[in-house]
Design a protein around this ligand. Structure first.
Ligand code: OOG
Ligand code: MG
Length: 256
């Protein structure tokens, strides 16, 4: 897109994240479209890589109706994960590092042999070495957690932090496992992995396809978050959060 200041928009979003200060939406004002927004995301993540962070995976967003409805955007999106975003399972995040953090239950894949560009997607069992329950902490850099499709893409799909529970070998079926999000021992959200594109394995096909469009290849050893099965809930200081996925177990984190 001619005239869009990709680096300038990335700098505004990067500053907002670094200082945990919300900003207004940018896409309408700057004429950003979806392709331009992915270019901003690339520049935004490059700022992190320039200060020594490492890419460790890909995350899908808005792969469930519950999430689409919560944020009013109905397209599947993807973003990048870096090592600094990873919190140990059972670890603590400081809410002061974020603007208005929310948590959501996810299923994570540990990637094994992902196809080369242009190669057909082989079997899920070839592409994925292990699966795990996970929690994603999302934190839109936009005021009131309100954004358009290009806005949220540019903002690296609200990626903030993530915790991954124990890895298990890929089970026979992943398509209808019960999902709970618990906060301080109370159930905050209930769902099923079926909410994720009918089967979370489809999220990997979508990720390969959508990221591939932008020349992004998934790597062996990367983590892949398939997208939340339920709406996200606000993360308050002191909260203890657990994501429970049937057959896969529990991922947890605490908020300081
Ligand atoms: C966008 C990110 C969505 C998911 O799992 O659906 C996402 C947002 O809700 O702010 O990570
Ligand atoms: Mg998510």
């Amino acid at each position: 897109m001619i005239g869009v200041d990709t680096a300038g928009i990335a700098a505004r979003l990067g500053e907002a994240a670094d200082t945990a200060t919300a900003i207004g939406q940018l896409a309408a004002e700057t004429g950003l479209d979806v392709d331009g927004a992915y270019a901003v995301q690339t520049a935004l993540v490059q700022r992190r890589l320039d200060r020594g962070e490492r890419l460790v995976g890909l995350k899908m967003g808005l792969t469930s109706r519950a999430k689409m409805a919560q944020v009013g955007v109905d397209e599947v999106i993807w973003g990048r994960l870096t090592d600094v975003m990873r919190v140990p399972d059972g670890g603590t995040v400081d809410v002061a590092d974020f603007i208005h953090p929310r948590v959501e239950p996810e299923v994570a894949f540990l990637l094994d042999r992902v196809p080369e560009p242009g190669e057909p997607v082989g079997s899920f069992a070839d592409a994925v070495r292990a699966v795990a329950p996970a929690i994603e902490l999302i934190d839109s850099r936009y005021a009131n957690f309100t954004f358009s499709l290009p806005d949220v893409i540019a903002d690296n799909t609200s990626a903030g932090a993530f915790a991954i529970g124990p890895w298990s070998p890929v089970p026979d079926g992943l398509d209808n496992l019960g999902v709970l999000l618990e906060v301080d021992g109370r159930i905050a959200q209930v769902g099923s992995t079926a909410a994720i594109l009918g089967d979370p394995r489809r999220a990997l096909d979508e990720g390969l396809r959508l990221a591939g469009r932008h020349g992004v290849r998934l790597r062996s050893g990367w983590v892949f978050l398939a997208g939340a099965a339920t709406a996200a809930v606000p993360l308050r200081p002191g909260a203890h959060v657990r994501a429970v996925v049937e057959k896969l177990g529990v991922a947890s984190l605490r908020a300081a």
